[in-house]
Design a protein around this ligand. Structure first.
Ligand code: GDP
Ligand code: MG
Length: 326
């Protein structure tokens, strides 16, 4: 039986030739598989795609050992989430990282002062978020690691210098370069995902609010209404508390604390989980046996609950304290 694949299939298949990494290829194979009509005539093609994908996945796993394929372009995640900061030269990326973390990256008027991506931890209330400072992206300069970092991060900050000659044009060029690599920037409320396109939640941060800027109408028009423009000053600190809250919100996580029955409050072990996680998901990470053994939980939330009994399907809210009963 002939496979009769849709024409779009061949279009997507062509992208395999220009993919820069195994990870991208895997995403393309996933997309191809989803496009194939499922019937007897396509069984061979489906099997072939699955085999290729499995090979790439095992190669990707081996890569985490001593690498034969050059340096890895991703940075090991730490803390409750990873945010990559990208932007044009002198936007203030390094200064912003310095202001938000305890790191001390080199800041200067010279473009390309930052030579390699570097991570630093931002304290936020009772958690830490990993920020990655990166070398600049310009219309004629972007490294492979830029796209890799954006594709693997949990969220993106595009940092804009409103005092530059053409902030709207600069932003358009930067987004264009990454869109060519199949990255789609989306607002904090949109649904992220990793199919053929890498849909990444993004904050548009306009730095240097302490300086007079020219006419920003063109820039606003590019940003809104999909994104909000968030004004900050990395040098005076203006807008940074608000930015930190938005970074936390962008991660789509909840904090939950596990309290042993009978123990006093304040001795909880803390966890971060994806928004929408249930009591059962928490039980699973507290102890693998708890998935089976969990009978019910008691919960203390922000003023709402006082040890109320809930079942394993209860959806965790940020800062819930949970007593797991087995
Ligand atoms: N006035 C002002 N200058 C800033 C601000 N943020 C960064 N700068 C300056 O902009 C220049 C470039 O900063 P840097 O952090 O090295 O930019 P990067 O290339 O994006 O990492 C430096 O001279 C900083 O002092 C800000 O919020 N206000
Ligand atoms: Mg820098």
């Amino acid at each position: 039986m002939p496979a009769n694949l849709p024409p779009q299939y061949y279009e997507v298949e062509r992208q395999l030739k220009t993919a820069d990494s195994n990870e991208e290829k895997i995403a393309i194979y996933e997309e191809l598989l989803s496009m194939i009509p499922k019937h007897k005539g396509t069984e061979k093609v489906q099997a072939m795609l699955k085999t290729k994908m499995a090979k790439l996945k095992s190669a990707a796993q081996k890569k985490s050992g001593p690498s034969k394929q050059g340096p890895s372009h991703t940075i090991k995640k730490a803390g409750a989430g990873q945010i990559v900061i990208i932007g044009a030269p002198n936007a203030g990326k390094s200064m912003l990282v310095k202001a938000l973390t305890n790191a001390d990256p080199q800041v200067s008027d010279y473009p390309f002062t930052t030579h390699a991506p570097s991570p630093a931890m931002m304290p936020y209330e009772n958690i830490q978020v990993q920020l990655i400072d990166t070398p600049p992206i310009t219309p004629d300069y972007m490294e492979v690691y830029h796209q890799e970092l954006v594709k693997t991060a949990d969220g993106v900050i595009i940092l804009i210098d409103p005092t530059a000659a053409d902030p709207a044009g600069t932003l358009q060029a930067l987004m264009g370069r990454l869109q060519e690599k199949r990255i789609e920037f989306i607002g904090p409320q949109e649904e992220p995902g990793r199919g053929f396109l890498f849909r990444k939640k993004t904050l548009m941060v306009v730095n240097k609010s302490d300086l007079p800027a020219g006419n920003l109408d063109a820039l606003k028009k590019m940003i809104e209404p999909q994104f909000e423009s968030i004004p900050v000053s990395a040098s005076t600190g203006e807008g940074l508390p608000d930015l930190k809250e938005r970074i936390f919100a962008l991660l789509d996580i909840v904090r939950a604390h596990s309290k042993a029955p009978g123990k006093k409050a304040g001795l909880e072990a803390s966890y971060t989980l994806k928004k929408g996680s249930k009591v059962l998901d928490m039980a699973r990470i507290v102890h693998k046996d708890f998935t089976q053994k969990l009978k019910f939980a008691r919960i203390w939330g922000k003023g709402k609950y006082r040890g109320q009994k809930v079942n394993r399907d209860y959806v965790l809210q940020d800062e819930d304290v949970i007593e797991l009963h087995i």
